[in-house]
Ligand binder design. Structure first.
Ligand code: DGL
Length: 241
């Protein structure tokens, strides 16, 4: 079992940022990445649809003998991680949470931060509870069209710079921006530019990778050293030919 792969999924390319962190931290592990591109974007769908999609991705990865699962998507995590854990209770399941807590801890006395999220994350009880614990210092901001815009512009990300600037314009005084969707890592530089470099950016990917390493270790599932890691990629997208 220790040599088995780790499943990682997202609705599209966003989770690749989480996968990269995991692979860098655990080079001996094998990963299987599943992009649910046929159903992307998750963030504008009803919770029941997101839950079904996430459960099907989890099922597919566990049926490929994955020893653990990373839900590399904030939207799927807030919506479905409890259901995934209930169904696959014998395997570690790691979620991706917006880095609200670390950001809140590090904010200056009168500092404020914007948490950029999808509409589904914004509307979820889990995210609302997380924000509630932060004395009004974290301003949640749903940008429903952003994940799909990023998915469609990974090759020419600069094309969406004006959109990003406009979204953040009302929050000029923010000290930090929290990337509450794994797709948003692709626009970290555009966000910095929108603040002329004067902003801190918080991403949950490193935290998820560290959590995975810890969960593997305590479950005695860490891959043997020297066998060789690797990554396989799958997508649910079927092209018409
Ligand atoms: N990457 C996903 C997240 O972290 C959402 C993207 C989508 O809406 O499909 O929330």
């Amino acid at each position: 079992m220790r040599a088995n792969p780790i499943g990682v999924f997202d609705s599209g390319v966003g989770g690749l940022n989480v996968l990269r962190k995991c692979a860098e931290l655990m080079p001996d592990e094998k990963f299987i990445y599943l992009a649910d591109e046929a159903r992307m974007p998750y963030g504008v769908k009803p919770a029941a649809e997101i839950r079904l999609a996430a459960l099907q991705s989890a099922e597919r990865l566990f049926s490929m003998n994955c020893k653990a699962l990373v839900v590399a998507c904030n939207t799927a995590t807030v919506t479905a991680i409890d259901d995934i854990r209930a169904l696959f209770s014998t395997r570690p399941v790691i979620g991706l949470e917006p880095a609200v807590k670390p950001c809140y801890r590090e904010l200056g006395k009168s500092g404020r931060a914007v948490a950029l999220v999808t509409a589904a994350t914004y509307n979820s009880a889990k995210f609302a509870r997380l924000v509630e614990t932060c004395d009004g210092k974290i301003i949640p901001l749903a940008v429903p069209e952003l994940a799909k815009l990023i998915e469609d512009h990974t090759d020419d990300i600069r094309a969406i710079a004006p959109f990003v600037r406009d979204v953040l314009a009302p929050y000029k005084n923010a000290e930090a921006v929290i990337l509450g969707c794994s797709h948003y890592t692709y626009i970290a530089d555009l966000i910095r530019e929108a603040y002329d470099g004067d902003v801190k950016i918080y991403d949950g990917a490193t935290g998820a990778a560290e959590r995975l390493r810890y969960c593997l270790a305590i479950s005695d599932l860490t891959a043997p050293i020297g066998v060789g890691g690797g990554i396989r990629f799958y997508s649910t997208y079927v092209r018409d030919v």
